[in-house]
Design a binder for this molecule. Structure first.
Ligand SMILES: Nc1nc2c(ncn2[C@@H]2O[C@H](COP(=O)(O)OP(=O)(O)OP(=O)(O)O)[C@@H](O)[C@H]2O)c(=O)[nH]1
Ligand SMILES: [Mg+2]
Length: 192
């Protein structure tokens, strides 16, 4: 069998987005729900075959916390691919991706960032309610696509359901300015 190529892949992203968990899941198929923050860098190897190519993947897991910046950046050089990681329940971790890309490009000395193989990874897809919704009154949450119509009707139906639920709780007289969903004729136009 042909000798497998060694590819260095590096995981970058904010502290806590799940870089170590992703590496551990992929290499050892284990998950720890109380993992400690990484200090510096660690790596694990995994052999795999992709489209007939035998590859030894050397996965480098880095510390995402800002205070460990000087410990991780010396290891960027020589990476063949960079996995920019965020967590879907943490909007800031997504906003920070451009900083991570900049940091990597600088310290890995990437000459042509537009043609470097970056892969973006949104982790914690299992989290049922996204953090902001949870912290701001438990609002229902939908992911939509206006282009392919995914969940679009569901959102508007849920909006109506929420209004109806309010009307059930509150005296209807207080709501004299709201639209009556039962009314047959449209409200009179007040346009000039
Ligand atoms: N629900 C859920 N929790 C996750 C997932 N991935 C990681 N976690 C949890 O999130 C926490 C942080 O995960 P880590 O893998 O340590 O995050 P990290 O990116 O390596 O963080 P640093 O080492 O500080 O850079 C841990 O308690 C994990 O158990 C996931 O996909 N879903
Ligand atoms: Mg880690």
């Amino acid at each position: 069998m042909a000798k497998s190529a060694l590819l260095k892949v590096i995981l970058l992203g904010d502290g806590g987005v799940g870089k170590s968990s992703l590496m551990n899941r992929y290499v050892t198929n284990k998950f720890d729900s109380h993992l400690f923050h990484t200090i510096g860098v660690e790596f694990l190897n995994k052999e795999l075959e992709v489209d007939g190519h035998l590859v030894t993947l050397q996965i480098w897991d880095t510390a995402g916390q800002e205070r460990f910046r000087s410990l991780r950046t010396p290891f960027y050089r020589g990476s063949d691919c960079c996995l920019l990681t965020f967590s879907v329940d943490d909007g800031q971790s997504f906003s920070n991706l451009s900083n991570w890309k900049k940091e990597f490009t600088y310290y890995a000395d990437v000459k042509d960032p537009d043609n470097f193989p970056f892969v973006v990874l949104g982790n914690k897809l299992d989290v049922p309610e996204r953090q902001w919704c949870r912290e701001n009154g438990g609002h229902p949450y939908f992911e939509t696509s206006a282009k392919d119509s995914t969940n679009v009707a569901s959102v508007f139906e849920e909006a109506v359901r929420r209004v109806l639920a309010m009307d059930d709780r509150v005296d209807p007289l207080i709501h004299s300015n709201t639209v009556d969903l039962q009314r047959k004729s449209p409200p009179e136009s007040t346009c000039c």
